[in-house]
Write a protein that binds this ligand. Structure first.
Ligand code: TYD
Length: 205
């Protein structure tokens, strides 16, 4: 790099959608694509395995869920620490960060649980880096339920049909210029091709 060339920040790319849409597979394939082009990439997910994220996960696994207020407080704290300790340092170092879920999940899931979606967005954007690009992987609910059943590890408190339909409805109403809806009901490779088209178009890689 030239001594006076600007330091290049990494990009934040987020994958969203209800459970069973294939986010983690798509993230790994996009990471491979970017690394093959010489880009430093890290992948991660939310809720994290830190103290606050685990509190929400453990409640959901037990089938109970926390109160909506507690859930929001824990998830905001989890994200605050994640942005401060992991996401921002990576971006600053020029590394791209690919995330499986971020604050659009809070808009969808806690929004579908009765919280105000716009308010949730504002609370998050007070501290959370806005994504460069986000993908909403959209598949029919029945297909998502089938994939979850095929995993065979039971359903947590978030994974029931009426609730996930309500989450999908919130996702479909979101309008951010950086959010792209991807039809994800075809093959893994078809979905990945759509993702890469948008990465090329929006991020030039
Ligand atoms: P999930 O991605 O399903 O984790 P895993 O695949 O490891 O089980 O995330 C767990 C749940 O957390 C998921 O059902 C959605 C929920 N969630 C929220 O309700 N709000 C949020 O802000 C986030 C990030 C996740």
């Amino acid at each position: 790099m030239e001594p006076d060339s600007p330091h290049l920040r990494g990009r934040l790319v987020v994958f969203e959608g209800i459970d069973g849409t294939g986010k983690s597979t798509q993230i790994q394939l996009l990471a491979q694509y970017l690394r093959a082009r010489g880009i430093e990439v890290v992948t991660d997910f939310e809720p994290t395995r830190g103290k606050w994220g685990m509190k929400v996960r453990q409640a959901a696994i037990s089938g109970e869920r926390l109160s909506i207020e507690e859930e929001i407080a824990c998830l905001l704290q989890d994200r605050r620490e994640h942005v401060r300790d992991f996401i921002e340092p990576a971006l600053e170092a020029g590394t791209w960060v690919l995330l499986d879920r971020y604050y659009l999940s809070m808009m969808a899931y806690q929004g579908a649980s009765g919280a105000n979606v716009e308010e949730i967005r504002q609370w998050n954007e007070e501290f959370a880096t806005v994504p460069d690009v986000a993908f909403w992987l959209d598949i029919p609910l029945e297909m998502a339920m089938q994939r979850m059943n095929a995993r065979g590890n039971g359903h947590d408190a978030f994974e029931n049909e009426p609730f996930l339909q309500a989450c999908a409805d919130v996702y479909s109403a979101m309008e951010m210029p950086w959010l792209h809806r991807i039809e994800a009901d075809g093959s893994v490779n078809e979905t990945q091709a759509r993702v890469r088209d948008i990465v090329r178009q929006e991020l030039g890689v």
